[in-house]
Every structure is written in C-alpha cells, then in structure tokens.
Design a protein around this ligand. Structure first.
Ligand code: HAM
Length: 424
C-alpha cells in the first residue's frame, strides 16, 4: 500500500531550484543596491518574545489580534512568536547591543516572516521581506533617500507599473486631535458603520479609514482629515520631502487614506503599489516610526524604514516575462574505468580551484549516455577521460558548441578549457 506524501503547511511554499535561480539573482541585485547606499546587514532570530510585537506593532492591529503564530515554550512557559515582520526585532537588536551609541545606523535584513492570513495569490503565511531601517536620522532627507532608493531599484529591475502613494500621519498631538474629531464624526454616523468599524471606533478609529466596505466609502471620503490637523513641524517635514522627491523626478500621489496596518508609524508613510497583482498590489511599504525606539525601552531616537515583499516583486517580474537565468556549467567531466575515475575527481577539483563551474559525472554508464547528460547540462566543454587518457595523464576536451576536440596534458588543462570558453 502506498503511503500518502506529506504536504507542506498551507500558505508556506517550497521554492524549487528553477525558481530559486531567480531568487538568487534578485538577492544579488538587491545586496549590491543596498551596499551602494551604505546599508549594512543585520540578522535577527525568527522567534521573539510575543510581548515585543504586542508592544511595537500594537495590541489592536490585525497582525497582533489574529495573525501571529504564537506558542508557549514547553520548557519554561515563555510566550514566543514567529516574527510577523522585521522592524520590531531590528530595533530590539539595535537597543540590546547598544548600536545607537553615538552613531546612527543604516541597516537591512532579509528573510522569512510569518502571518496567519487566508492564503491567496500574493498573500502567504510564510513570506519573505527585504527590510531597510535607518535609525537616528530625524530629517526628511533620509525619508527621501529611502524612497528614491526604491524608485532606482524598480528602474534597475525593469519594473513597470509601480506607483508611489504617500501620506503623513503627523505627530502624537495632531493624531490625538484628529482621533477625537474622527470618533465624534463616526459616532454621528453609527448607522453606517459595519461591525468591524463599530469595534474599532474606540480602539483604533484610524483603521476604519482603511475599510474596503463599499457601503462605508462615502462616509470615509468625507471624514475629518489628519492633513488639516498637522502642526507646523510635521507640515514642513512633509513639504521638504515632497520637494526632494520632485528634484529626483520621483512622481507620487498623496493618499490621505493611507494609514498602514502597524501602529508604530508617524509622519511619512508610503506604499509602492501595482495594479497587476490583483488585491495584493502593495510590493513595498514603510514610513517613519520616531516613537518606537523609546517604546521598546531605548532613549528616544528617530527612525525610518520600509520592507518589500519578495514573492510579490518576483511575481511582478515574472509577469513581465523575466525568466530565471539558467544555472551555468562550464565543464562536464565524463569518465569510464577506475583510473579514469581517479583522474576525473582530481581534475574536477583543479578546474574548480580556477573558479570554473564543474559537474563531475556520477553513477557510471556508457560514454554515449554520459555525453547526453553533458549536453543536457548546458556545459560549454566536456572533459572526457578514458583508460587511454588516464594512462597518459591527459584529458580530451570537446567544445559542446561545435569545434575541434583537443587532447591536453593535465598540467595545461585549465588554460586549454579557458581558451575554448573564450573562443565561444
Ligand atoms: P507591511 O506593510 O506589513 O510592513 O509589509 C511590507 C510588505 O511585505 C508588504 O507591502 C507586502 O509586499 C509584503 N507582505 C506583507 N504581508 C504579506 C503576506 N502575507 N504575503 C506576502 N507578502 C506580504 C512591514 O512589515 C513593516 N515592518 C515595514 C517597515 C519597515 N516599516 C518600517 N520599516
């Protein structure tokens, strides 16, 4: 009786070798891009104390209320959570290791995040983010740097159809004034609010503005605007940012309804959105979070960051017709017989020492079947070793794109292979 093959957890995907080639290419482009702007890599654990996310993201957010994979450590009863995002962990790590002492930090991380959402195209339970955080910078120049960085990356990747939405959430005092006006306004129109909005009215009224319920859209459109409550400093910050974006030729749309799903934001918030991924069109999002460092127990320090969803970005690239680059093989080593096998293993390492990519045939078989495998591998040269070659300490080299087969001594093998590759 055949056993059923166990499946991966719903919403958590394998990335198979063909697709992984695209991931590797993307990760290399992104790493170069981040280093060009002076951002440095930081790596945090996948698991953190649950209290970190409650405190940073906010108790009354979708993520904390219903999307976290939380569990109790069976050894000591600690409450732990698989990270749903990276900002909280990054700030925790920076404070724990005192990295902000005397120096601002430009940091980035990448890796898996976990949210218990309803899986659909572009929305997964395990997904990957590349996240960028700049800590200790107060001015709008860092906001502009990060937004321009994104625009440059989309250009580098050849992405079309991504648009920037921008908003400011002001500071604590203006948000409080706005919140009071908002609650009063929604209370006057309780009959139009759906159950979710009723619930949020006193816990997180700002999130009502994010509702997709068609019945509430007219009400939301006419709601008091935070923009009208901004104090001078926040207004100047936002104006300067826009000025810098214009100077860089980055176009944007101001969306006063952009409120973000995490509570730590203030002032600048932004999302890069495409219309091509259906409902899951946000490929990158972030903003300023000047209060978070203090909230997690540090001395107050301003901060700004964003994260992009790698699955969504790659889906967009594939939609644009981008194919994973084929893994490159320089040499396929074909061999038959014990002495030939010994020499084959030795020359394979010799070629690899010269940074060539070498597939050494494993599993035996006739020369003919091995040559078929060499052809299928896409190798540029087959290095063939039989009893004859082994006895003479030589290798026959067959250019796979056509051309004369040559026989060379092992001592001149590397030069001969490079010569053939150069001639292609
Ligand atoms: P976020 O908006 O929750 O922000 O996530 C950032 C991006 O991650 C989204 O725009 C989306 O592309 C991707 N993403 C989120 N959830 C999923 C999912 N379930 N499946 C696939 N992709 C997803 C943050 O996480 C903040 N930490 C960003 C930030 C950094 N703000 C300041 N610094």
């Amino acid at each position: 009786m055949s056993k059923e093959i166990l499946q991966s957890v719903k919403g958590m995907n394998d990335i198979l070798p063909d697709e992984a080639e695209l991931w590797l290419w993307f990760e290399a482009v992104v790493r170069d891009w981040l280093h060009a702007y002076g951002y440095r890599n930081i790596r945090m654990p996948l698991v953190e104390p649950t209290s970190l996310f409650k405190r940073a993201i906010g108790e009354v957010t979708d993520i904390v209320e219903k999307e976290m994979y939380s569990f109790e450590d069976s050894l000591n009863g600690d409450q732990l959570t698989l990270r749903p995002e990276g900002t909280a962990s990054c700030v925790r790590a920076v404070l724990q290791h005192n990295l902000l002492y005397n120096a601002p930090q430009r940091l980035y991380y990448s890796g898996q995040m976990f949210r218990h959402e309803r899986p659909q195209k572009g929305r997964y339970r395990q997904f990957h983010q590349v996240g960028v955080e700049a800590l200790g910078f107060a001015g709008p120049d860092i906001d502009a740097e990060q937004i321009v960085m994104c625009a440059r990356l989309w250009h580098k990747l050849g992405l079309r159809d991504v648009a920037l939405q921008l908003n400011t959430l002001g500071d604590a005092a203006s948000r409080q004034r706005h919140r009071e006006k908002l609650v009063a306004y929604f209370q006057q129109h309780q009959d139009v609010l759906d159950a979710d909005a009723q619930r949020r009215l006193h816990t997180n009224p700002l999130r009502i503005l994010d509702s997709k319920n068609p019945a509430m859209q007219a009400l939301i459109a006419a709601a008091p605007r935070l923009m009208d409550e901004l104090d001078d400093e926040a207004r100047v910050h936002f104006d300067s940012l826009q000025q810098m974006l214009r100077e860089h030729g980055v176009s944007y749309e101001i969306n006063p309804r952009l409120v973000r799903g995490l509570d730590y934001y203030n002032r600048t918030v932004f999302e890069w959105v495409t219309t091509r991924l259906g409902a899951q069109g946000t490929i990158c999002a972030g903003g300023r979070y000047d209060g978070l460092v203090e909230q997690i127990g540090g001395k107050p320090a301003p901060a700004m960051g964003f994260a992009m969803g790698v699955e969504r970005l790659l889906a967009l690239l594939q939609d644009d017709g981008m194919l994973p680059p084929r893994p490159e093989v320089d040499v396929y080593v074909v061999h038959q017989g014990d002495d030939a096998g010994r020499l084959a293993r030795q020359v394979a390492e010799q070629l690899r020492d010269d940074r060539l990519r070498v597939l050494l045939h494993c599993g035996g078989g006739s020369f003919k079947s091995q040559m078929k495998k060499a052809d299928a591998s896409g190798a540029r040269v087959a290095a063939v070793i039989g009893d004859d070659e082994a006895a003479a300490n030589e290798v026959s080299l067959k250019p796979m794109q056509g051309g004369e087969q040559v026989r060379v001594n092992v001592s001149s093998l590397v030069a001969a292979v490079n010569q053939i590759i150069k001639q292609e």
